[in-house]
Design a protein around this ligand. Sequence first.
Ligand code: SDX
Length: 426
Amino acid sequence: MEKAVIEIAGKKYELKVITGTEGEKAIDISELRKLTGHITLDYGFMNTGVCRSAISFIDGEKGILRYRGIPIEELAEKSTFVETSYLLIHGELPGKNELENYSELLNYHSMLHEDMKHFFDGFPAASHPMNILSTMLNALSSFYPEIETNTKIENIDLAATRLISKTRTIAAFSYKKSKGHPFVYPRKDLTYCANFLNMMFSSPVATYEIDPDIVKALNLLLIIHAEHEQNCSTTAVKTIGSSGVNLYTSISAGVSALWGTLHGGANQEVIEMLEAIGKPENISKFISRAKDKNDSFRLMGFGHRVYKNYDPRARILKKTCDKILAKIKTSQPLLEIAQKLEEIALRDEYFIERKLYPNVDFYSGIIYKAIGIPVEMFTVMFAIGRMPGWIAHWKELNSDQETKILRPRQVYIGSKIRNYIPIDKR
Ligand code: SDX
């Protein structure tokens, strides 16, 4: 067993070193406070591993991402979102029968309880769809209480199927509500992505022609958003789940965390930033603002906590952007600005020195916009994609014998002990 040695006040302590599948090293500090009386301090957990996990592997220096060992490039090209979500949740690609049964179940559970439709009437018209989604997913635990008391694995898999399927329906219904249009119900004869597009864009007076190229583009977008190890929203799902609360409520916390502009909310911010830039000649002004410490503006869709190289998902999207736009015969003026912005930033010392590259959010919005998804729905699309990743981590947390309730320590810097002062003496 490899060891790490630390010395505190002249005394040496040995700590175990753990090695991951790809040779990553971790110092096990689970006994540190007992051994040394010290804790560690690590804002943002930038250097801290919270668990062992077998779901995805990221090499930030090399720009590698694999789901259950399979490179994201292969899944993006050959798989579907339904098949990839099965892989993430169950650990293996499904056989033909397993995939057929899973697709059947997703279809069977695609409707909402009819009483949930009235929830939409309670939201103000301008409610953000992430707000609606987080609320509705939490409410599922009231409609399906069996998961509260009995977390047998078949119950978890049923809840997982409901979540993956109903999130899509809730998203489409919230869009219809925002337009004042009637809800369009899921159809048994349509595949997962085709069903979503139909619920979003068809209406009693206008049929929606389902374009196989758009269905393929949507599968690719959802696949590349499906999982990303211990990111902020997955950590939110695990923190809530570690207290013993049900899967639906844990997932609704993940939606809330994803909404943040530094996390999943960035894809909406990227489009708004590209629209604010407006034309290539304005790019340098925005680059200067992003570099200015006194300006809170950041280049949205750039930089990443783990990737200090090109985000492989951004590389896939950049490569397919042109292909998808050409296939669906749409030009996207924002694409030219995005490509120019990337070119200028990647030549700039500030971005090179800090290893800031485009991340998954930089190009995704351009494709969502091209296939007709409204910008306020972009982060909801991220949530639909990330659902299997969140569920897989919640399942892994609950089956890991070493799991404990997530409760970090702190370094106290407040007042020394002092007495209560009666109000007439203050
Ligand atoms: C996602 O974790 C995941 O896996 C997330 C995700 C997933 O799939 O779940 O990949 C999805 O959230 C992608 C990230 C989307 N967010 C954005 O695009 C928002 C813009 N990016 C940044 O806010 C930032 O890069 C973060 C939040 C993504 C990462 O921030 P870190 O790791 O905390 O890094 P940092 O803020 O400490 O930045 C280091 C330096 C700082 O400069 P100095 O203080 O060293 O001088 O880089 C600078 C930062 O100011 N910097 C940027 C920048 N990002 C970092 N400067 C300008 N523009 C940026 N975008």
